[in-house]
Write a protein that binds this ligand. Structure first.
Ligand code: DGL
Length: 264
């Protein structure tokens, strides 16, 4: 097999980026690690998130990946620079692409960032947005209950709409025209979140722009796959294979995905 692109997340959230990779770059082999056994990363210390993220990147490095996508905002916020200093392959995070997507979508420059406690406390989105546009205004809201809803496979049930309504309540006082789903788990809750926001608010996620960056980096480093047919992605989880497989199957519409357990 040709060298794959490695993708990491604390759990199933990075699948939202994989979905876009499969759509746009179907011939690129992908190997994914979700650290479901230690998910969520959001409430953890920066030191822990850095350690776990380096462990995943090291495991993928041993599988000879040609590039790494850190498909986790919490990990991107605290570990991206360290990863770049540690590993020889190109490494792409999701925060700068997410900031770009929000600024492209916003007419007023008033942007809300929904993210984990770790991402919000890091201030990484506000920094990335202000680097691109000093006039933008950013309101950040931590949504600690969202990731457990997704990880437990309850993202399609209506019983969660009350939690989502409660969490997003502070936004009723905020003027904004664009909301970033600043956690890769949140696109699985897109419809629930949309139902709680004004209809003229645009919801963006990092996935599109991140894959755009992956494409650019593949070309810049002459790493584009020359395979003539679609590759089969391989998924590893540190947690329960059964639950992970059912979310992969549902979200990526793959009937019999290859899902294995990995110890880090
Ligand atoms: N999917 C992750 C993110 O984008 C991490 C969520 C978590 O583990 O708390 O931030």
């Amino acid at each position: 097999m040709e060298a794959p692109i490695g993708v990491i997340d604390s759990g199933v959230g990075g699948l939202t980026v994989v979905k876009e990779l499969l759509n746009r770059l179907p011939n690129e082999p992908i190997v994914y690690i979700g650290d479901d056994a230690r998910c969520p990363y959001g409430p953890r210390s920066a030191e822990e998130v850095i350690q776990f993220t380096v462990e995943m990147a090291s495991a993928l490095s041993k599988m000879d990946i040609k590039m790494l996508v850190v498909a986790c905002n919490t990990a991107t916020a605290v570990a991206l620079d360290i990863l770049k200093d540690t590993f020889p392959f190109p490494i792409i995070g999701v925060i700068e692409p997410g900031a770009r997507a929000a600024l492209q979508a916003s007419a007023t420059g008033e942007i809300v960032v929904l993210g984990t406690v770790g991402t919000v406390n890091s201030g990484a989105y506000a920094e990335a947005i202000h680097l691109l546009s000093s006039r933008a205004s950013v309101f950040q809201l931590a949504c600690p209950e969202f990731v457990p809803i997704v990880e437990s496979g309850r993202y399609k049930t209506n019983e969660v709409s009350g939690i989502i309504h409660q969490t997003l309540k502070p936004l009723q006082e905020v003027a904004f025209d664009t909301a970033i789903l600043g956690c890769t788990h949140y696109p699985l809750l897109h419809d629930h979140i949309k139902a709680q926001l004004r209809s003229d608010v645009t919801i963006v996620s990092s996935a599109n722009e991140t894959v755009h960056d992956v494409e650019k980096a593949l070309m810049a480093h002459a790493l584009t796959s020359d395979a003539a047919s679609p590759a089969t992605p391989i998924f590893y989880t540190t947690g329960e294979v059964h639950e992970f497989r059912s979310i992969v199957s549902d979200w990526l519409e793959i009937e019999e995905p290859i899902v294995k357990q990995i110890k880090l």
